[in-house]
Design a protein around this ligand. Structure first.
Ligand code: GAP
Length: 448
């Protein structure tokens, strides 16, 4: 499938995100800050749930993986050792006339050879290497001795702690360390909403293995990461593998495959699986002077482990989830409803409780029911406007279940349970509601 078949466009996703409070432009009142985004009330819930699903998958379901939350600011030698100071660069050219800046590998080759700006035809500068790491100073004095970087990947925080984790948690190879956190890159081209930003979040897991077993583990992790996305109930025909060519591989990689997603703007990287060999640990050993070898207790054998990395963008996963869920459906006479078909495991709101009317005690009963559900589910309560419009609002927020309290509820203690995807409604006893919701969440299957 090469052509995008979904109903989403980046314009629709961007506008819905702002309208419904998924994502706002950063510092909007000052005209916005390029490359930075703010996650609103629904967005932060969606992001947290995506992070929780990943965390559960990688740590709770794996005895051999421990979690970590390392600092963003690391000793600057870290980035010399990792190769980022030297190699983490983009080739850039500037137009001397219109002052536009381009990535040399993203404009036609003849523009580079003829030094001609693709926008205005003005003269381009020579190609120069531009390091993507943000630099700042720590402490009061603004000199180079106080130079510090914002981390461009979370992975290095794991490598420098790998011996700590072995010691504190008595981990034995093969084992992994998982981390979710912010990363920063001075990206020059930040088009396509939150797809590529300067401040973003990653979900990375580094799996430490005995040299010689790395290929086997690499293939195993490829399989596991694919099945993770399957479990989230996503459109799997929008997923594919792409292997990196030798000349595009990161400086540390022996083998690299991307899981790509078919976004409205085309196939793009969602997650990378890398065989980083012993490159990082060897370099940290060299630069820190510390022994990074692992000692096998049974045999006393010593070696620097190989590392298989799974590296996913959390904020990019959020964009994928928005595009994947987005649907428009004609209902009734030409009425179009926008519905976000999130899996209940990631939906920002799981169940909304709505009184049919505000009066006659229905609002009070609905609020009570909401309180009963609150401890176990992410709930919302809405009493404003016609019931049909309230359903539409919840559809747009991606709420999989609505509970409506009506006059019958007062008589027989039953409520209407409405399903987002099919719009079907069933009657459920109030005291069986929690159990029914739990069952529906567990057995959820996407129908469209
Ligand atoms: N530790 C390896 C590493 O960082 P990467 O391929 O550069 O590898 C991994 O990044 C993932 O992080 C990407 O697949 C993408 O999802 C996300 N990512 C990278 N740069 C990003 C950016 N500027 N904005 C948003 N997400 C980004």
């Amino acid at each position: 499938m090469e052509e995008y078949q979904g109903k989403a466009t980046m314009e629709k996703i961007t506008s819905l995100s702002k309208r419904r409070g998924f994502v706002y432009q950063s510092s909007e009142i000052y005209g916005g800050q390029n490359g930075a985004w703010d996650y609103g009330p629904l967005g932060v819930e969606l992001k947290n749930r995506l992070a929780q699903c990943w965390w559960k998958e990688m740590t709770q379901l794996h005895d051999d993986i421990a979690g970590l939350d390392a600092a963003i600011l690391m000793h600057p030698r870290t980035w010399e050792a990792s190769g980022h100071v030297e190699n983490f660069t983009d080739p850039l050219v500037d137009c001397k006339k219109c002052k536009s800046r381009f990535r040399a590998d993203q404009i036609p080759e003849e523009n580079i050879t003829e030094k001609k700006c693709p926008d205005c035809g003005g003269e381009l500068t020579d190609v120069r290497k531009f390091n993507l790491m943000f630099k700042t100073q720590i402490g009061a004095a603004e000199d180079t001795a106080n130079l510090i970087y914002l981390r461009p990947e979370t992975a290095q925080g794991i490598y420098v702690n790998y011996k700590n984790v072995i010691q504190s948690n008595r981990m034995k190879i093969p084992f992994g360390i998982a981390q979710i956190g912010k990363a920063f890159r001075n990206e020059i081209v930040t088009r396509n909403f939150i797809f590529r930003s300067c401040e973003f979040e990653q979900m990375e897991m580094q799996y430490f293995v005995k040299p010689g077993t790395d290929v086997e583990w690499y293939n195993e992790w490829k399989k596991r990461r694919w099945s993770y996305y399957e479990k989230l109930g996503l459109k799997m025909d929008h997923f594919r593998w792409r292997q990196h060519e030798k000349d595009e591989m990161a400086h540390y990689a022996k083998e690299a495959w991307d899981i790509e997603y078919l976004f409205p703007m085309g196939w793009r990287e969602l997650e990378g699986i890398h065989n980083r060999t012993d490159y990082d640990l060897k370099r940290h050993s060299e630069y820190s002077g510390k022994d990074m070898q692992y000692i096998e207790q049974e045999t006393n054998e010593r070696y620097i482990p190989y590392i298989v990395e799974t590296s996913a963008g959390l904020t990019r996963n959020l964009l994928m989830a928005l595009c994947d869920a987005y649907d428009e459906e004609t209902v009734g006479e030409g009425d179009v409803r926008t519905v976000m078909r999130f899996h209940p495991a990631i939906a920002p709101i799981t169940v909304a409780v709505l009184p049919l009317m505000k009066k006659d005690g229905l609002a009070e009963m609905a609020e009570e029911i909401r309180k009963e559900l609150m401890g176990d589910f992410a709930t919302d309560y809405d009493h404003g406007g016609a019931i049909g419009r309230r359903y539409r609002r919840q559809d747009e927020a991606g709420t999989p279940f609505c509970v409506t309290v009506d006059y019958e509820s007062k008589e027989d203690n039953t409520v209407t349970l409405r399903f987002r995807d099919s719009m079907e409604q069933v009657r459920v006893k109030r005291d069986e509601l929690s159990e029914r919701l739990r069952k529906e969440i567990k057995n959820y299957k996407r129908i469209l």
